[in-house]
Design a protein. Structure first.
Length: 280
């Protein structure tokens, strides 16, 4: 797993966050052995203490955001960015046939993706490749960048591109099947806590409706979703829609922010409560 670590500045203090923290912790709760390739930071030191994880540091520092509340929700302002060393990343992944790639702000050059994914089963979170920082530091989403990212994944043996609805061009969430076939990857398009769309290439699209009646802090569930989706899809061999349903349970339970966020038992027992139906 290649993941960036971040720290969010909240009320004058810094808290751990980002894909490395949330994905690594989620895999720990699933009780699966995984190598986490990330930068040397407080997050990597935290992950080293968790069972099941092998942490390899290939860069330095956290990507740091300041969270500003606005009338429309929250806005991210980039304070500093870490970088992952491409050559060290490639060496750290040697011998692995399955890889999850989740960044926050292009900590790894997108042009390096073909080398990372070649011949592997991969799940890539588009987030880190479509975000850009304005001169003021304000983070904006350039959804059109999803197209070139997908093209860079074509050397993978199997590829899934996952992201939020706002991170994909309009055509992808209006016609997810057509978009998946055009891009040459399977798509999973989430939409916060609302129903998500799963679109395998060459097949029909499905809507996955999350558990109802669970609320809490919406920080980290997207990365938790990516972790659990990747595990059940790439390691357990479940169909994409079934893996997405289990990932939806995990992401929803994360909202409660209790530790552990979830257990394997909870995922299996709550999965039948997740509604799945074909997208018309």
């Amino acid at each position: 797993m290649v993941a960036s670590s971040t720290r969010d500045l909240v009320r004058g203090g810094a808290v751990l966050g980002g894909p490395a923290y949330y994905i690594g912790t989620a895999l720990h709760y699933v009780e699966v052995g995984a190598r986490v390739v990330t930068s040397a930071s407080p997050t990597s030191r935290y992950l080293r203490r968790l069972q099941w994880l092998d942490v390899v540091e290939v860069g330095y520092g956290d990507t740091v955001f300041r969270i500003e509340l606005t009338e429309g929700g929250r806005e991210l302002v980039l304070v500093s960015a870490s970088r992952l060393d491409p050559e060290s990343t490639a060496r750290a992944l040697e011998g692995f046939s399955k890889v999850v790639i989740s960044l926050t702000m292009r900590e790894l050059d997108p042009e390096f993706l073909p080398r990372v994914v070649a011949g592997r089963g991969v799940v890539v979170d588009v987030q880190g490749f479509v975000r850009a920082a304005e001169p003021s530091g304000r983070v904006v989403v350039e959804s059109a960048a999803a197209y070139p990212v997908a093209r860079l994944l074509r050397g993978a043996s199997y590829a899934v591109l996952r992201g939020e609805r706002t991170e994909f061009p309009r055509g992808c969430w209006e016609d997810p099947v057509g978009c998946a076939n055009e891009l040459g990857v399977d798509l999973v398009i989430t939409d916060g806590g609302r129903p998500l769309v799963v679109a395998p290439r060459g097949g029909g699209a499905y809507v996955v409706r999350p558990l109802e009646g669970v609320s809490g802090t919406p920080i980290g569930p997207g990365d938790v979703f990516t972790a659990v989706l990747s595990y059940y899809l790439l390691e357990e061999g479940l169909e994409l829609v079934d893996a997405a349903a289990l990932a939806s349970v995990a992401a929803t339970l994360k909202l409660q922010d209790r530790h552990p966020w979830f257990t394997r038992y909870e995922l299996s027992t709550l999965r039948p409560k997740v509604r799945v139906y074909g997208l018309r």
